[in-house]
Design a protein around this ligand. Structure first.
Ligand code: PLP
Length: 411
């Protein structure tokens, strides 16, 4: 099962990889990966089984088309795993993401759901076969039309233009209400103008990432009903965005099925049963499918100095004070603390850079005798953390492996 390239593996600079090859070295267990690893830096792992299981849950439960938000983790192994699980649609935002999908899953359907795009991105998207574009104001709509009209052949399938709505900031742990979206009157005017111009119209919204209230999707759909009635238009699609949560320690969101049934019921209740519905999960598809392994370089009381931090793959843990599930691997031997843990206590972790923001307050519960040289697995870090990792100050995850076990929570 185990195959290891002794040479240094490329760090996960996903979009820059010329070889878009998801064929990562595979280890049976995290311990096997640790035993084989010769690098000095932190490293990332993926649990393809966990990603496939999350995809299956969405594909069987979500009432509509499932688009993976590529930004959450663009590693080719993630994209290939989702494709193999049956997911066929991807939400992209940039030329690099479009090219990545063309290379890794060329038969996929792409949707360009970023509300503000460069003209070059619009042209590139259209030439790459994308026919679904988001916008949130008249100027962006005009920009899309100006760029695509000269490229458009008479027999081409029509564009579908998705109006991004602004929603009031809700209960999501990571609100996304500050930047994009048309407010109520503008939305009504844009819907009317779009319908008058014969545009194939969709609506899209995002309730905020890691949303703990399924009812926020119902409220958003009720709001869309009001807008559509006020504008007197018909929609061809309704995109419920992302926001689906996972259970980080200390957070107990309702199960995903509750979100799916709330959305299903609301689509019927607000008379959208005949409209194509879409969802754009990112976090919920890949968070549980990835971890970061960090090493303790020094202990000072309850402070652990580790070799990754907020400028590496642990952005959320430091920036939003989210507590990620952690597990310790001893420097030597093959027993994890789960089997023989002395009393645990709460630790703060300090990232490797010189920056004082590079601190993860936690507290992270770990065995009280943790020491220099021990490794810590940060679980549920497959979404955003891995994608955001930089090499600031020369630190950051150096390699990425696949683990055959079913996921962090399964031992
Ligand atoms: C347009 C869009 N769609 C989908 C997502 C994915 O959201 P989440 O990871 O919360 O599911 C995002 C995240 O920022 C987004 O901006």
């Amino acid at each position: 099962m185990t195959q290891f390239e002794p040479a240094r593996l490329a760090r996960p600079s996903f979009l820059a990889d010329s070889e878009c090859n998801g064929g990562l070295p595979v280890f049976a267990t995290v311990r096997d990966a640790l035993n084989a690893y010769e690098g000095d830096d932190a490293f990332c792992i993926l649990y393809p089984q966990a990603i496939a299981a999350a995809a299956d849950q969405f594909l069987t439960g979500f009432p509509g088309q499932v688009l993976y938000a590529v930004k959450a983790n663009p590693h080719p192994a993630v994209l290939q795993t989702l494709w193999a699980a049956g997911l066929r649609s991807f939400d992209v935002a940039s030329i690099a993401e479009i090219d990545l999908i063309l290379k890794v899953t060329p038969d996929a359907k792409m949707y360009l759901m970023h509300p503000v795009k460069s003209r070059e991105t619009i042209r590139h998207a259209y030439r790459s076969g994308i026919r679904d574009f988001a916008f949130d104001c008249a100027d962006e709509l005009a920009k899309i039309n100006e760029e695509i009209s000269p490229l458009c052949q008479a027999d081409e399938p029509p564009l579908r233009l998705h109006l991004r709505l602004a929603l009031a900031a809700g209960e999501a742990k990571m609100p996304l209400a500050g930047k994009f979206g048309a407010q109520t009157q503008d939305a009504i005017d844009l819907l009317k103008a779009g319908a008058a111009a014969g545009v194939d119209l969709g609506v899209t919204f995002h309730v905020g990432s890691q949303c703990h209230q399924p009812d926020e999707y119902r409220r958003a759909l009720a709001y869309v009903r009001g807008l559509v009635d006020a504008a007197g238009v018909e929609l061809s699609s309704l995109d419920c965005g992302g926001g689906f949560p996972i259970a980080y320690p200390g957070m107990q969101p309702p199960p995903l099925d509750q979100y799916f049934s709330t959305i299903r019921q609301a689509l019927t209740a607000y008379d959208f049963g005949h409209v194509e519905s879409l969802g754009e999960p990112g976090r919920a598809l890949c968070a549980a499918g990835g971890s970061t392994l960090v090493r303790v370089e020094l202990r000072k009381g309850d402070d652990l100095y580790i070799n990754d931090g907020i400028y590496g793959s642990l952005f959320d843990a430091g920036t939003f004070d989210w507590v990620f599930p952690v597990r310790l691997y001893r420097a030597a031997g093959d027993a994890t603390i789960c089997k023989q843990a002395p009393k645990s206590r709460g630790f703060r972790m300090l990232g490797p850079t010189c920056d004082s923001h590079d601190i993860l307050r936690g507290p992270f519960q770990l065995p009280s005798d943790i020491a220099e040289g021990d490794w810590i697995e940060f679980g549920h870090n497959g979404a955003y953390g891995q994608a955001l990792a930089s090499r600031f100050n020369g630190f950051g995850p150096e390699a990425i492996f696949a683990i055959a076990e079913s996921g962090f929570g399964e031992r």
